[in-house]
Every structure is written in C-alpha cells, then in structure tokens.
Design a protein around this ligand. Structure first.
Ligand SMILES: [Zn+2]
Length: 89
C-alpha cells in the first residue's frame, strides 16, 4: 500500500492550464518545479491510501472550493516565480 498526496497531480494539471493562459511565463523544468512546489506549500495536503500502482487521482473527488483554492495558489505561484525566476543559478 502507498500513501499519496492527491493534491500533487492536481497542481501539475492546473499549472499546465495556467501556463497556457500566460504565454509570457517561463516553462523551463526548473521554473515549473518551483511553481508546483510553491503552490503545494500553500495548500493543505489530501492523502489517500492506495494499492501500489493503482490510479487514484480521479478516485477522490475534491470539492469545488478546493479546486478554486488550487487555482488561486497556482496562479500566485506562476506570478511569484515569473517575477524572480531561478533558472539561471
Ligand atoms: Zn525558467
């Protein structure tokens, strides 16, 4: 059995959508990872228990309020990271 934070795949999916609406934002691997980490630190995790390998991201339905919180956190993450990208380090 594994314990998995289902917010993580949701953040990555939302990040893809937000980046599509912000063509000026950097899409390099480093910036995208920084954006996802920033958003995940802002959001309360939601853990589920699953058998190894089982696809669970869709199994748990998150309420609409939580989906909006994810969108807000990801949008903020894109703005913050775009202002100070760390991809030159
Ligand atoms: Zn970058």
């Amino acid at each position: 059995m594994i314990v998995k934070n289902i917010v993580e795949p949701l953040v990555w999916e939302t990040l893809g959508k937000v980046l599509n609406s912000k063509p000026e934002a950097c899409r390099c691997e480093k910036c995208q990872a920084d954006m996802a980490a920033y958003a995940l630190n802002k959001l309360p995790p939601k853990y589920v228990v699953s058998r190894k390998g089982e696809i669970i991201a869709r199994a748990v339905s998150l309420d609409n309020k939580y989906n909006i919180a994810v969108l807000v956190a990801v949008t903020e993450a894109v703005e913050i990271v775009s202002r100070k990208p760390r991809h030159d380090d």
